[in-house]
Every structure is written in structure tokens, then in C-alpha cells.
Design a protein around this ligand. Structure first.
Ligand code: FAD
Length: 319
């Protein structure tokens, strides 16, 4: 059966709603029935509410004791069994850390083409799936035309803005029985800390780069972020140099964000950084070099020394 199936672990977060938005667009573009496959435990009422808001026609619950918590082997096995039973034609994942592990393995198991780093999906000639994806380390975008009827796609966070459907639905919930063994070959011994607000959800972000000149100056970024009620972030070199932690890195190999306001201080505007923040509504750049690439993306640009300007801006916000 032809179905566009968005797949998540549990009810998920903002990324789930983005994925459902994209899946709905593809299914109404001629992709077929719009299904949400949920692996592991989740609150049924919350699922139905989110699914209804996004116009999902059916929720497939993939449950088993071995899926109570995430394990790559069990999830791949369960999803391979699901694909055999339901034959989804397009299976979409949010490109989370877990999905990066599961999707390519599932593609191998089910002999299905897989596209990673997706930013948009459309139905092309003869119903062939067209996937726009970030390519060459974020330097460019490529459009892939997938041969055949089946595809697995991993969609990057914040690639699209989550939007509810015009008409709500009351989707049926169907249980899909799978029996994965649950013998994980690789186990997480220490998980990264994930408490607190997430950069991906922040509406205001102040990011610092190598132009800060010194690790101690990252405090200037944090002070302005705090004054604006936002969050601090960073470019990759200053994360690599230990000026701040890796959870704050924006870009292709960091977080992809879509805030209302993104202030970039001492950041050159390399494509790999911009891959993480170009979707911000308003970008304000502070850079000493009037020819810096960041000014091509910025709505407002300040040519000057960010070490002097950041405290001045913090002072002005506090007035
Ligand atoms: C595969 C790959 C993946 C990558 N992934 C990422 C990623 O996820 N995120 C990321 O950020 N990078 C990533 N990079 C690195 C990226 O290519 C750039 O090297 C990096 O973004 C540059 O960081 P920056 O702008 O802080 O530093 P720089 O390029 O050194 O730029 C510093 C800027 O600060 C300005 N400046 C200097 N002093 C001042 C001052 N006092 N006041 C104001 N401005 C000043 C300079 O004019 C310059 O424009 C990746 C690279 C590769 C190859």
C-alpha cells in the first residue's frame, strides 16, 4: 500500500511536529495515505491530539517490551518487521542521533534507498520522490530523485516550520505486533546531559565565534543572551578550543536552529555555520571585517569590535 509514514520514538518533540508537517505536504502532493508510526511507549491521548492536529489518517503503534527504551538493534529489527507488514512507501525520520544510526541500517535490511540530511521533499515526474538535502559538508544543496517507489529519508531539525493542518482528523490507532530480541550489541554507558531548555527551541540566540579573541570573552555572549531572555551559542572553532561546551555549537555538525533573532558576534559566516542558523527570521551580525560573508545573510550588520559592542548592547537592553 502507498503510504507516507512519519516515524518517531514516542510522541516526540518539536521535531515530530516538523516531520508531520513535511509528511502531510508529501502525502497531499500525491504521496498516498498519511501514517504516523510510533515506536516504543507513548501516551495515547497525546498522540491522538498531535496526530489529529496534523491531519494524520492512522497511527501505527509499534510496541514490545524490548522497545521500552531505545536500543539500535531492537529498533532496527522492529522497524524491519513493521516494513514487512505495512510496506510504507516513504518512511521519514527526524535526523536525531538515534535515527542517524537506525535509518541507514534499516535501509540495508530492507533494501530501500536512503537519503540523509534532507531539507525538503516533493513528488516529481511519475510520482518519483524528490529530496532536497544538504550536500558537500553543507556547502550546497542537492536535489535527489529517488528511483523506485520506496525510500527512507532523514530530515534535519528545523528544516521546515511546524504547521498544523487546516482540517483536524481523528486518526485510528492500530497496534503492530513485533518481537525484537532486544539483545543490544552496543550499549550507552554514559548519556550526554540533556536537561534544561534546548537551543533548537530558543527564540533568541546570541552566538560567539573566534572573533571574540579569548575564551573569557564568551561571558560577554552569555550576558547579552541572558539580558535578552535568550540562549548563548557558538561556532565550531571555539567549541573545539574548549571556550564553551559542544552542546552550544551551531551548524552542520552542531544544532540547527530557527529563532526569531540570531545575533552572530565575531563569526565569519562560513557555509557550515550558516547551515545551522540561516533559517533564523532576523540575523544581526557584528564583525570587524566589512567584507565578512556573514553580512550577506544579516538583516542588520554592525562593523566593529564585538568585544566592545557586546557589553554596550547588554547595557542598552538593561535600560
Ligand atoms: C565538515 C565541516 C563541518 C563543519 N561544521 C561546522 C559547524 O557545525 N559549525 C561551525 O560553526 N563551523 C563548522 N565548520 C567550520 C567552518 O568551516 C568555519 O571554519 C567556522 O564556522 C569558522 O568559525 P568562526 O566564524 O568563529 O571563525 P573564523 O572563520 O576565524 O572567523 C572569525 C570572524 O571574526 C571576525 N573578527 C575577528 N575579530 C573580531 C572582533 N574583535 N570583533 C568582531 N569581529 C571580529 C573576523 O573578521 C572573522 O570574520 C565545519 C567545517 C567543516 C569542514
Amino acid at each position: 500500500m502507498s503510504a507516507v509514514t512519519a516515524c518517531t520514538w514516542g510522541a516526540g518533540s518539536n521535531e515530530t511536529e516538523e516531520l508531520l508537517t513535511l509528511a502531510r505536504k508529501l502525502s497531499s502532493d500525491g504521496g498516498g495515505e498519511f501514517v504516523w508510526a510510533v515506536v516504543g511507549p507513548a501516551d495515547a491521548a497525546a498522540l491522538q491530539e498531535t496526530a489529529g492536529k496534523h491531519g494524520v489518517t492512522r497511527i501505527d503503534r509499534i510496541e514490545s517490551a524490548a522497545l521500552e527504551s531505545y536500543g539500535a538493534d531492537a529498533y532496527v529489527e522492529a522497524l524491519a518487521a513493521y516494513c514487512e507488514q505495512r510496506e510504507p512507501s516513504k518512511l521519514l525520520f527526524s535526523q536525531t542521533f538515534d535515527a542517524r544510526t537506525v535509518a541507514p541500517r534499516l535501509a540495508g535490511r530492507t533494501n530501500t534507498p536512503v537519503v540523509m540530511n534532507a531539507l525538503d521533499l516533493a513528488s516529481g515526474d511519475e510520482g518519483r520522490l524528490l529530496v532536497t538535502a544538504s550536500a558537500f559538508g553543507g556547502d550546497t544543496r542537492a536535489v535527489y530523485r529517488v528511483a523506485g517507489d520506496r525510500a527512507i529519508v532523514c530530515v534535519m531539525a528545523n528544516a521546515v516550520a511546524a504547521e498544523p493542518a487546516g482540517t483536524a482528523t481523528t486518526p485510528a490507532i492500530e497496534r503492530v505486533d513485533v518481537t525484537p530480541a532486544g539483545d543490544e550489541r552496543v550499549r550507552v554507558v554514559e548519556a550526554a546531559r540533556t536537561e534544561g531548555p534546548r537551543l533548537e527551541d530558543a527564540q533568541v540566540i546570541v552566538a560567539g565565534g573566534r572573533g571574540l579573541g579569548d575564551a573569557a570573552n564568551f561571558a560577554l555572549v552569555q550576558q547579552l543572551a541572558e539580558a535578552l531572555g535568550g540562549m548563548a551559542a557558538a561556532s565550531r572553532p571555539i567549541v573545539d578550543d574548549g571556550w564553551t561546551d559542544a552542546a552550544k555549537q551551531i551548524g552542520l555538525t552542531g544544532k540547527i536552529v530557527r529563532p526569531a533573532l540570531y545575533i552572530a558576534a565575531g563569526i565569519s559566516g562560513a557555509s557550515q555555520h550558516m547551515a545551522g542558523c540561516a533559517a533564523a527570521k532576523t540575523i544581526v551580525a557584528i564583525n570587524r571585517d566589512p567584507d565578512a560573508a556573514i553580512f550577506r545573510y544579516a538583516r542588520y550588520g554592525i562593523v566593529g569590535d564585538c568585544v566592545e559592542l557586546l557589553p554596550e548592547l547588554t547595557k542598552q537592553v538593561g535600560r
